[in-house]
Design a protein around this ligand. Structure first.
Ligand SMILES: [Zn+2]
Length: 303
């Protein structure tokens, strides 16, 4: 991870940021251009709130709005097709960068729509972070279409820990935002070291953002963490993995699980160690066991 990140911090081409300017960045198979000007003084309120959210240092260089630039134009060109970033972001979305710091303190907010990036967007590293933040807006838009701001059930039964719903929803948001960045990177970067590094970084990024939100380490969460680490390729490909994990958790509440767990071949694995899920899933595949009937004993409840 450390060497991948070091390579990703090397800019596609060096940029010296002035008070305002315009840059054309030529990467291997694509290019992007952006223009910037001083960040408006009135954004300093939003900056302060952002510093609080990410628990940043209020005395650091990045806490001073005068060290920030406002991105006024940004477009990607891939295989002759140009995409204007601001045409896909919410109207009036403010994109600010602090090119002279390098702390990993990036953030986005839906209200007012804004993206704050600490670092040089001429590097693959910050370009991916930007894509990740854009991914959050896509997620928000999709949720809006459904008329909700969460996909997790919060009205579950009495045995349910609402903290897990909140964590799961945060994790889902991060997964989706990273999946978006993943797809774009997969489309625009040619196969090679840079693409490999990008994937290593994005996999780890999903976990870092997850950890920055959640400080407690309940076994449930530790197990989920293991799960996401090992199956990260799979989850980026689809949301099916989350569904399957949820099914597994449901099945663990049943008597069928207790019987299965009592068998000698299943005694060594545990959810705490993070190896039970994979072991169980393999067994389901091999045996063809219909665990849905345990989760939904009444056929009328199953869909
Ligand atoms: Zn995020």
């Amino acid at each position: 991870m450390a060497s991948a990140l070091a390579r990703l911090d090397v800019p596609f081409q060096p940029v010296t940021y002035a008070t305002s300017g315009r840059e054309n960045i030529h990467a291997s198979d694509f290019s992007y251009s952006f223009a910037y000007e001083p960040a408006p003084e009135e954004s300093s309120y939003q900056l302060k709130s952002f510093i609080r959210t990410v628990k940043g240092n209020p005395d650091a260089d990045y806490a001073d709005i005068r060290n920030w630039r406002k991105i006024t134009e940004f477009s990607f060109a891939v295989e002759g097709k140009t995409t204007d970033l601001f045409s896909i972001l919410p109207k009036d979305c403010e994109v600010l960068i602090n090119p002279t710091s390098s702390e990993p303190l990036d953030s986005m907010s839906s209200t007012p729509p804004s993206i704050y990036l600490v670092g040089d967007i001429a590097t693959p590293h910050k370009l991916m972070t930007l894509l990740h933040e854009i991914g959050h807006f896509f997620d928000d838009t999709n949720l809006e279409k459904r008329g909700t701001d969460t996909l997790m059930r919060t009205d579950y039964d009495g045995s349910f820990d609402p903290r897990n719903a909140r964590d799961a929803e945060m994790l889902r948001k991060e997964r989706n935002a990273t999946a978006f960045a993943f797809k774009v990177i997969n489309d625009i970067l040619p196969n090679g070291q840079l693409k490999k590094d990008a994937f290593v970084y994005l996999k780890d990024y999903a976990l870092q953002t997850y950890h920055s939100f959640i400080h407690e380490s309940l076994s449930h969460r530790a197990a989920m963490d293991r799960f996401y680490r090992s199956d990260v390729d799979y989850y980026v490909a689809s949301d099916k993995a989350q569904e399957e994990w949820d099914e597994y958790e449901e099945w663990r509440k049943t008597d069928a699980y207790k019987k299965w767990k009592a068998l000698p071949e299943n005694a060594a694995v545990s959810i705490e160690a993070g190896d039970e899920y994979g072991h169980w899933r393999q067994w389901v595949q091999k045996s063809g066991y219909d665990f849905y009937k345990d989760i939904y004993p009444d056929p009328e409840e199953s869909i």
